[in-house]
Every structure is written in structure tokens, then in C-alpha cells.
Design a protein around this ligand. Structure first.
Ligand SMILES: [Ca+2]
Length: 263
């Protein structure tokens, strides 16, 4: 049974260690698309060309929710509209999303790690200037989850680690993901004893509060690299995690209840 070890609001982590070894990186350059192409139309990051750089099964899972009836939709795919590096990025577009806990997911393949060694995972993101995501009572949350395995993704070991980042930022705070510049979020972790592989998944889900969420956000350049040793997290107690989740989800306005999504 896995249990959360760390949930924290993310802050921009741009102070790269001097001698970090990059052990995995992907910039969403494959498959190559034209303009904005959703997953169903060919912008599927799990369907890559192994002959191209970065095209060797970087991502094992990619899911969106293009049609959930009256609850709105979340469509994900690849686009050439904007990129942090290269010519492509991944987009996630919510349209009148009112159903709670619905969203998109992308997750890496199992990546080899060394037990006891510390790592840092980073992901760049940017809000759309024309149809930006907005922080409010109802908003999207980026949930980063790190899972450890003794083999290539079948037998888990140790405690999963988490990071929770409101999109584009926490209510009442300067947004982490802006429309006019790229910024990155990151988290550090240490591979537990016997861990030989890690998977890192990114889930963009709606919050519990009802209210239509619309807007687009872009992600690019996921990197996993070696890092300095991680200090023990001061806030890893379950009670504190519960409080943190509550603090992030308290609505400050009364939204009319949206109709329940049809199954
Ligand atoms: Ca890119």
C-alpha cells in the first residue's frame, strides 16, 4: 500500500545543480504534428517514431477526456503553436469543465534509477495568452506522482511521492505558469532501497468545486536528472497533508451547482 510522503505547492526551481547528469529528457517533438493536433487525431505522445530523437517510448500513458457530456471536456495533444525548445509542446485544453476530478494524464515509461541516489524532475509550462486557465474556486490542479519499482513497472516499492500545483497558480498568488513566459516546476526525491525504476506521472484534474473551467496550458521539456541529497521533508505527516489539500480547495465564492455529468 502506497502512502503520500510529500505534497507541497510547487515553487519555481531554476537553480540547476552545477554537475547534474540528465538521465531522461523529452520535449514532445514526436510524433510530428501540424498546428494543434489532439490525441485522437494523431497527437498521441505514446505513438512515437523510434527512429527520431526522443522518440523511443518516452511516455507510457497519455489520456484525456474529450467527451464527458454536460460535464465539459479536457482535450490533450501536441501543438506547434508554442514551444519552450524545439517546435512542439503538449497542450491541455479544458472547455466548460464542470465535472470534479476530471482531466488529462501523461506518464513516463519506467526509467532506471539507483537506490539511495537523489534526483530532480522538472517540467516547463506556459499559460495560453488568448484562452488562459484562471485561478478560482474551481480550477485545474497539476498532480505530479513519483512511483518506484523493483522491475520495469510491475512491482512497486517504497512510498510514492507527490507534488500538487494549482494551475496556473494558487488563488491570490502570482501564477507559476504565466502567459508571457515559460516557467518550470520541479520536485526532488531519493530512490528508496531496492528501487531500480521510477515512473513520473502528471495529472491535470479539475478541483472538487463546481464551476466551469475553460482555458489552455502548454507543457514542454520534462527532465529527470541527478541532484544533491534531499533533506527529510518537514511536512510529511498525514495530518499536515490533509490540511494542505483543504487549504488549496477552500472555495471563496458560491458557485451554482452544475448538473451531474451523464455516465
Ligand atoms: Ca518541445
Amino acid at each position: 500500500m502506497k502512502s503520500p510522503l510529500l505534497i507541497a505547492t510547487a515553487t519555481a526551481l531554476l537553480n540547476l545543480p552545477v554537475q547534474a547528469d540528465i538521465i531522461f529528457t523529452n520535449g514532445f517533438e514526436t510524433p510530428s504534428v501540424t498546428g494543434r493536433t489532439c490525441k485522437a487525431d494523431g497527437g498521441d505522445i505514446t505513438k512515437t517514431d523510434p527512429a527520431k530523437p526522443g522518440g523511443l517510448e518516452a511516455w507510457s500513458r497519455f489520456e484525456d477526456q474529450p467527451n464527458i457530456g454536460e460535464g465539459g471536456s479536457v482535450v490533450a495533444g501536441l501543438t506547434k503553436e508554442v514551444a519552450h525548445t524545439g517546435t512542439q509542446s503538449l497542450f491541455i485544453e479544458a472547455a466548460k469543465l464542470s465535472a470534479p476530478y476530471i482531466g488529462a494524464l501523461f506518464a513516463t515509461r519506467p526509467i532506471p534509477v539507483e537506490s539511495g541516489k537523489s534526483y530532480r524532475a522538472t517540467l516547463w509550462g506556459r499559460n495560453d495568452p488568448k484562452k488562459p486557465l484562471i485561478s478560482g474556486a474551481a480550477q485545474l490542479f497539476l498532480k505530479v506522482q513519483v512511483d518506484f519499482f523493483t522491475d520495469e513497472g510491475k512491482t512497486d516499492i517504497g512510498e510514492s511521492q507527490y507534488l500538487l500545483q494549482p494551475l496556473p497558480g494558487g488563488r491570490g498568488h502570482v501564477p507559476v505558469f504565466r502567459s508571457d513566459a515559460w516557467n518550470c516546476v520541479g520536485m526532488r526525491f531519493t530512490a528508496p532501497p531496492e528501487a531500480k525504476y521510477v515512473t513520473i506521472s502528471f495529472r491535470c484534474d479539475s478541483s472538487a468545486e463546481r464551476g466551469a473551467i475553460s482555458g489552455t496550458i502548454y507543457f514542454d521539456d520534462f527532465t529527470l536528472e541527478t541532484a544533491m541529497a534531499v533533506p527529510p521533508p518537514p511536512d510529511s505527516q498525514p495530518e499536515q497533508i490533509e490540511k494542505e489539500i483543504e487549504a488549496l480547495n477552500i472555495p471563496d465564492t458560491e458557485e451554482p451547482a452544475a448538473p451531474a455529468p451523464k455516465p
